[in-house]
Design a protein around this ligand. Structure first.
Ligand SMILES: Cc1cc2nc3c(=O)[nH]c(=O)nc-3n(C[C@H](O)[C@H](O)[C@H](O)COP(=O)(O)OP(=O)(O)OC[C@H]3O[C@@H](n4cnc5c(N)ncnc54)[C@H](O)[C@@H]3O)c2cc1C
Length: 257
């Protein structure tokens, strides 16, 4: 239990699922801070959205962390909810996970047996399932420090605040020639997990012209199969995802006109 903002929602609804012991992490001060090295940002397991919102350096280097944090719940949730809890909870509609994925984050999992670092893109194995063993805690999240010349996060919900995401995107483009493909495209709330979208990334790097939102459909269909659920339909999600991509990238990428 970290901020308990996810856990306590389910507590009264599914009491039978609570017939177990929780470990309250909140007093473990070593898990709270975030720190910088020359090459990375380390976000401790108890780092909240509010901790990040108060930090000017993360705003300068990782602006999408701020964009997402500002749109998680409201101030009460932002001041208690943690980035690690957002990953561990595993909701496909999570807002922290997409921006972490767009920055190529990795997750440090620690148990009595030691620590291992897993790229976040390899963390989820299915709906609310992950490679994390039951004896492991997420102890930190590591973001490589890189230069980006474009980034965007969009969350579409039923209203502008306190809304669960129906469709979300996080997109970054790395500056310079280090990466074979500088694009990172992540979609949320359109599949069983938050997803990196390699076909859309390859499409953007291919030089193919995109003249209308529907030009994204083929690559969207290669990456994800949008879902029907109580919040929205698959068809709405596919259409809105294409429009979000088109209107976010028009004029930014030379190929989206
Ligand atoms: C009113 C309301 C609005 C919300 N709005 C949003 C929103 O807009 N966007 C969004 O993404 N989420 C939202 N949430 C969900 C929630 O606030 C976030 O997912 C938050 O980041 C969860 O973090 P936490 O520290 O509170 O997790 P907790 O509730 O403490 O834990 C969540 C799960 O993660 C596990 N866990 C926590 N920390 C660790 C760790 N270090 N290692 C291993 N397992 C761990 C817990 O055992 C539990 O299973 C909202 C919740 C509420 C109640």
């Amino acid at each position: 239990m970290a901020g308990a903002t996810d856990l306590l929602v389910h507590w009264p609804i599914r009491p039978e699922a609570q017939d177990k012991t929780y470990l309250d992490l909140s007093a473990i001060s070593e898990l709270r801070p975030f720190r910088w090295t020359d090459v990375s940002l380390h976000i401790g397991a108890l780092t909240t959205y509010w901790d990040i919102l108060r930090d000017p350096q993360t705003r300068a280097e990782f602006p999408l962390l701020h964009e997402a944090a500002r749109q998680v719940g409201a101030i009460q949730i932002q001041s208690r909810g943690t980035w690690a809890g957002n990953i561990a909870n595993g909701s496909p509609a999570a807002d922290g996970v997409p921006v972490l994925l767009a920055y190529d984050a990795s997750v440090v999992l620690t148990s009595m047996a030691g620590s291992r670092e897993i790229p976040l893109r390899e963390y989820y194995t299915g709906y609310r399932n992950s490679v994390r063993r039951s004896d492991e805690l997420i102890t930190s999240i590591i973001l490589p420090r890189r230069r980006y010349d474009f980034s965007v996060f969009h969350k579409v919900g039923a209203r502008r605040a306190q809304a669960i995401t129906k469709v979300g995107i996080a997109v970054t483009r790395e500056a310079g020639a280090r990466a074979a493909n500088p694009w990172r495209v992540v979609a949320s709330s359109v599949a069983a997990t938050v997803r990196r979208c390699p076909a859309i990334e390859a499409f953007l790097a291919s030089g193919a012209l995109v003249r209308v939102p529907s030009d994204f459909f083929a690559s969207i269909d290669a990456d994800i199969r949008p879902i029907d659920d109580i919040r929205s339909t698959a068809s709405y999600r596919r259409t809105v995802l294409a429009r979000l991509l088109y209107h976010s990238l028009r004029g930014v990428s030379a190929t989206v006109v």
